[in-house]
Design a protein around this ligand. Structure first.
Ligand SMILES: C[S@@+](CC[C@H](N)C(=O)[O-])C[C@H]1O[C@@H](n2cnc3c(N)ncnc32)[C@H](O)[C@@H]1O
Ligand code: SF4
Ligand code: SF4
Length: 356
């Protein structure tokens, strides 16, 4: 796959309309291939072959587990964890370690609003200086002129702003506690500033997790924002649930997980994303539906990434996930992650994971 990517990149670099090809045409072509027919067979083969080697390409890190909103589909409100922020010392150690194991991208997200972390841009700069690309997933509430200046100054590569609604009524019925006009103005300011500064970065994606409340507004949203940003990440209707539903899903395999098991789909999330919480603990995956101690795999305060990966617990999980034994693993038995493989992840190393 790496060789195919390299060859295609080599060709694209020599094309006359590179920007258009890379940002519009190619993603469209890539996304139009049926995931089950094209990506899964390749990915499953790769995942089966080198089971013991680390293949994380993205570090999803939660700098500070605090959020200013209470979105209806998000499990943040259920999180019982103590509110804590990763110290800069530990953060640097994690980034250095991530580089050693071959991680290419760092995504600031998980159970939080990244712009509430007062060290966020210090972290972005450190990560960039280490040679890794950076992305932030945000609700956009705090993205004022000062933060936007920092976004450009720190050379952030990619940003996903979660909007989830076209009309004020719908937006506020999902994104509880937010300010519709303010967030829309913030997004526009970011777009305008990028144009005024003649900058290509950050790549801007808008997140829209499809739900009953917002599904009829999809076309209006597309018409309003589609041409202004690189991408809209549409979360599939099946991907959302209310926090209460998620809690009550107890052990029941969804239809999609059954299909994934039958077809032998290996969870991309588990192998691709290393997820670190604000207390320095590594968890199973960045699925933000689960936030308890049961899926903690190790502690980066005391261990290295490699030590955690090589631990008996993780290696056992590697084997079980490789064999699609999801029903025996918590929280995989409550999830349909293996069914979800974003075609974009194959293409954009700095694509912010989330909202899709
Ligand atoms: C948990 S949030 C953290 C970042 C930031 N607070 C935000 O809202 O963008 C990361 C992403 O998860 C999405 N999300 C939250 N709950 C979800 C759910 N139940 N299903 C799918 N996506 C969800 C959000 O819309 C957002 O794009
Ligand atoms: S989706 Fe993001 S903004 Fe909304 S409650 Fe969850 S973490 Fe906060
Ligand atoms: S199956 Fe779900 S819970 Fe398990 S690793 Fe994959 S995304 Fe995470």
């Amino acid at each position: 796959m790496k060789l195919v990517k390299k060859t295609l990149n080599w060709i694209v670099l020599r094309l006359p309309h590179r920007e258009f090809v890379m940002k519009k045409l190619l993603p469209r072509i890539v996304s139009s291939f049926p995931v089950s027919l094209v990506y899964y067979p390749i990915y499953t083969r790769i995942a089966r072959k080198k089971t013991n080697a680390i293949r994380y390409s993205t570090l999803v890190i939660e700098p500070f587990n605090v959020c200013n909103l209470q979105c209806t589909m998000c499990a943040y409100a259920n999180s019982k964890r103590e509110k804590t922020s990763i110290s800069m010392d530990l953060f640097k150690k994690i980034i250095d370690d991530a580089k050693i194991v071959g991680i290419k991208t760092v995504c600031f997200s998980y159970f939080n609003e990244p712009f509430l972390d007062k060290h966020i841009f210090e972290r972005v700069r450190y990560t960039k200086n280490a040679g890794l690309s950076t992305s932030i997933i945000t609700n956009g509430c705090l993205m004022d002129k000062k933060i936007i200046d920092e976004i450009f100054d720190s050379d952030l590569d990619s940003i996903l702003i979660s909007l989830d609604g076209y009309s004020k009524e719908t937006y506020l019925s999902i994104r509880k506690g937010s300010d519709f006009e303010q967030v829309n103005a913030n997004v526009k300011l970011l777009i305008d500033e990028r144009k005024a500064r003649e900058r290509k970065k950050p790549r801007i994606t808008l997140g829209y997790v499809m739900q009953k409340k917002n599904e009829t507004e999809r076309s209006h949203f597309q018409a309003k924002w589609g041409k202004l940003v690189e991408e809209i990440a549409w979360g599939q209707p099946e991907e959302f649930d209310t926090a209460e539903d998620i809690k009550n899903r107890s052990g029941v395999r969804t239809k999609k997980l059954s299909i994934a098991i039958k077809k032998g789909y290996i969870c991309w999330n588990f192998f691709n994303n290393l997820t670190v919480r604000s207390d320095g603990k590594v968890v199973m995956c960045c699925s933000w539906l689960f936030d308890d101690e049961e899926h903690v795999l190790g502690d980066l305060n005391k261990q290295s990434i490699m030590e955690i990966w090589n631990s008996e617990r993780v290696q056992k999980l590697v084997e079980m996930i490789r064999n699609c034994d999801y029903s025996k693993i918590y929280p995989c038995n409550k999830c349909y992650g293996p069914f979800k493989l974003s075609t974009h992840n194959w293409w954009f190393a700095d694509y912010p994971k989330g909202g899709s």
